[in-house]
Structure formats: structure tokens, C-alpha cells
Ligand binder design. Structure first.
Ligand SMILES: [Zn+2]
Length: 270
């Protein structure tokens, strides 16, 4: 790929919101077909060095100054390449959002938790969430996700999105349900226990807490890696009087993790 050239001033002008900053980058990039070239984008926006080393307890670090005239990013080489792409996009979000305050002098150090559901002070939570919004808007912009939303909801569509955009299955699934107009929820589980969920605006709240045992899940067939879409009992999923029949599909992942797609079949008003 030829070097990318970006107008940093125009990106900075849009950086009052992470969504607008990512949109401005995509406006300048024009039409993309495959994965978003996040390493080239970071370099074009004054991230001068990107190093990869084994890190303990952190996924990525950003070294910079309050003026943001330069940046250096360190990525955890123990993590898979898709996670590193996300981590770099997240650090670029901190770099462009100049009100984000470093955790130590001139240094942002971000953990895996910061990149999923940050905890800590209000300022920390707010800026980690903004960096995550920027990362997903950059790596999975709405115009590249839109074609996938037109197909019938299925974990295989999420897998196709994950491959096309070179993002993790979880990131693809969260983005997919987050943008979908149908009532969908994605549950991330480990060893049959609830970790967290993301849902579309049309799906009701799922009253589960981290560690809660989940209902029995559909079996994975020989054709794997996803199960059939099967009927599920709404009461088992703690949904009282849901507005339609509940369906469930599961994708087994490594380390006893699973992604579960729940969907409600609701009669649409004409
Ligand atoms: Zn962060």
C-alpha cells in the first residue's frame, strides 16, 4: 500500500467528538474495501513510532506530550494481531482527544479491561470509553458495516464481518448488534457463565450479572463453528413477556469462551 497522507488539522478540528474524528479520517481516506489500515493511519497522524513488546497487565501504552505534537505507541506482542489493531486505534483515540489525561506523566497505559468496560474515576471511565468509541468507529465505520446489516441476523454474518474488517469476533459482534435495527443481543460467556452483553436499541435489558450461570445452550453441530438458530425459552433468559419469540445461536471460542446471539422475532408494524 502506498503511504497514506492525512490532513491532521482537519482531523483535530473534528476531534471534539471521537465519532466525528473517525468520520473525518474516513472522509479523507475515501472508499475502502477491506480492513482499515490503522498502522498507516496512525503514522499519517504523527504517531512516529509503533513498537511491539511483551507487556504484563497492559495491552498498549501511548507516550506523548500535552500538545500532542508527537506520539509513540507500544503494543503488547503477546496479544493477537487483531487485538493489536484495536489497541493501536484506541491509543490513537487518546492521542487525538487532547483533553484525555495520561495515567502517569506523558504516558497512557491501557489494560484489557479499559478496552472492554473500564472502571475507576469518572474521568478515567469517560476517556477510556471515548477511546473505545473512536477505535470501533475507525475500524468498523458504519458504511463498511451497513452491507452486513442487510442479511438475516446470524453469527456467521458476524464471523464474515470479523474477517472482512480484521477485527476480533467480539468487536465485530458488539458493533453488529450495536448498529442493528432488529432486537438483537450478543452475550459473551465463559464456561457457561455470563461475562457481559451488548444489545441493539430494540432488545430488552438482560438482567444478568457477571458470573451468573446461563441457560443451556444449543449444541454445536459437526459443521461448526456455529450452532443452528434454535428456539429459546424467554423465562430462562429472564425476559418477562418479551415482544416476540426468542431465538438463540452460539459460537464456541477458545479458552471456554462463547459468543451467544439472541434475537427476538417481532411482528413489524406496517
Ligand atoms: Zn485507554
Amino acid at each position: 500500500m502506498t503511504d497514506i497522507v492525512l490532513d491532521r488539522i482537519a482531523v483535530d478540528d473534528a476531534a471534539s467528538s471521537p465519532e466525528r474524528a473517525a468520520a473525518e479520517i474516513h472522509r479523507q481516506l475515501g472508499t475502502l474495501t477491506g480492513a482499515v489500515p490503522v498502522f498507516e493511519i496512525a503514522r499519517a497522524l504523527d504517531i512516529e513510532q509503533i513498537h511491539q513488546h511483551p507487556l504484563r497487565g497492559f495491552e498498549a501504552m501511548l507516550l506523548t506530550a500535552p500538545e500532542r505534537d508527537f506520539g509513540q505507541v507500544l503494543l503488547n506482542s503477546n496479544s493477537n494481531p487483531r487485538r493489536r489493531r484495536y489497541s493501536l486505534a484506541h491509543e490513537l483515540g487518546h492521542f487525538l482527544c487532547t483533553w484525555h489525561r495520561p495515567s502517569a506523566e506523558n504516558r497512557f497505559a491501557c489494560s484489557r479491561g479499559d478496552m472492554v468496560s473500564p472502571v475507576g474515576s469518572a474521568q478515567h471511565i469517560a476517556q477510556e470509553r471515548e477511546a473505545n468509541v473512536f477505535a470501533i468507529e475507525l475500524l468498523a465505520p458504519r458504511h463498511l458495516v451497513a452491507p452486513f446489516l442487510k442479511r438475516l441476523p446470524d453469527l456467521d454474518v458476524i464471523l464474515a464481518l470479523h474477517k472482512r474488517l480484521d477485527i476480533s469476533k467480539v468487536a465485530a459482534g458488539r458493533r453488529y448488534v450495536g448498529l442493528h435495527h432488529a432486537p438483537l443481543a450478543l452475550v459473551v460467556a465463559k464456561s457457561g457463565q455470563f461475562l457481559y452483553a451488548e444489545r441493539s436499541a430494540a432488545f430488552p435489558f438482560l438482567p444478568f450479572e457477571r458470573g451468573d450461570q446461563l441457560p443451556d445452550l444449543p449444541a454445536i453441530g459437526r459443521d461448526g463453528p456455529t450452532s443452528e438458530v434454535t428456539d429459546a425459552d424467554a423465562a430462562d433468559w429472564r425476559l418477562h413477556r418479551p415482544p416476540g419469540q426468542l431465538f438463540c445461536q452460539v459460537l464456541e471460542q477458545e479458552d471456554s469462551h462463547a459468543l451467544i446471539l439472541l434475537q427476538l422475532d417481532v411482528e413489524e408494524d406496517e
